[in-house]
Ligand binder design. Structure first.
Ligand code: DC
Length: 240
């Protein structure tokens, strides 16, 4: 048996990246594509969220770049198949603590973009993401996967939607778990995250030059999935 990290020729067409702004439907699309293709689904936002949650737990200031960077370099984040049937697509662990839902709390939503600005934090996270992505047969979702983490990926999708539509979708999702949340809070949070994610100096949110852009306004999950799987299949067939 060979270890997944052992050297083997890379097939770029087996690396699919999906980037786009908060709540554009990347996770749903990524999961559907990975399932259809038998690939690994990896949501990189989970790593930034886990780090943010841990920093909040430990009372680390979001301005304390040095401590956050040190934390990013040693935090033992793991993503494994779902252990509970409570709507989760996977488990997220920090050490032996299940943080799957904790990383979706509004406090994390409000701070995660700030934590993601710091170059040392991004370096630590990107390194791990790249190692996993280069194993191939992966659908990797985030903000900078096609541009920075895996520029050699053969299939890149940039998924977008209007801020109102994204806020509405996130509100529908979160009101089940967080009763106190309002649509306005979510709209405000997403606008702020869009601003921070797309204006940061390192790895800002933007489509890769070779990405195919899909706007999901007014489209259901099925329609977006059909568009994306067509893109994947035609790219994979072209290359043989
Ligand atoms: O996809 P998400 O909403 O779970 O991501 C949370 C935050 O993590 C997002 O606001 C910015 C950051 N992020 C990032 O900077 N780069 C990535 N590849 C993924 C997420």
């Amino acid at each position: 048996m060979t270890h997944p990290d052992s050297k083997k020729p890379l097939n770029p067409m087996q690396i699919i990246t999906i980037d786009g702004p908060a709540a554009s439907g990347k996770s749903t699309l990524g999961q559907r594509l990975a399932e259809a293709l038998g690939y690994l689904y990896f949501d990189t936002g989970v790593m930034y969220r886990a780090l943010t949650w841990l920093a909040l737990q430990q009372g680390v200031s979001m301005q304390d770049e040095e401590t956050l960077t040190a934390l990013a370099e040693k935090v033992p984040i793991d993503v494994t198949p779902p252990s509970k049937a409570d709507g989760r697509a996977y488990d997220v662990w920090i050490g032996d603590q299940d943080v799957t839902w904790a990383i979706r709390q509004p406090q994390v939503d409000a701070q995660v973009s700030i934590v993601s600005i710091y170059p040392g934090v991004r370096r630590a996270m990107s390194k791990q993401q790249r190692r996993i992505g280069l194993r191939g047969c992966v659908v990797m979702v985030g903000r900078d996967i096609g541009t920075v983490v895996l520029p050699e990926a053969g299939i890149k999708i940039y998924l977008d939607a209007s801020v109102e539509e994204r806020a509405r979708r996130r509100y529908e999702e979160q009101k089940q778990r967080e009763e106190k949340i309002t649509y306005e809070d979510i709209l405000h949070n997403i606008m702020e995250r869009d601003r921070v994610d797309s204006t940061r100096a390192i790895a800002p949110l933007r489509p890769a030059e070779d990405a195919v852009c899909i706007n999901s306004d007014g489209k259901g999950i099925e329609e977006v999935f059909e568009m994306a799987i067509q893109i994947v299949r035609s790219r994979q067939e072209q290359v043989g």
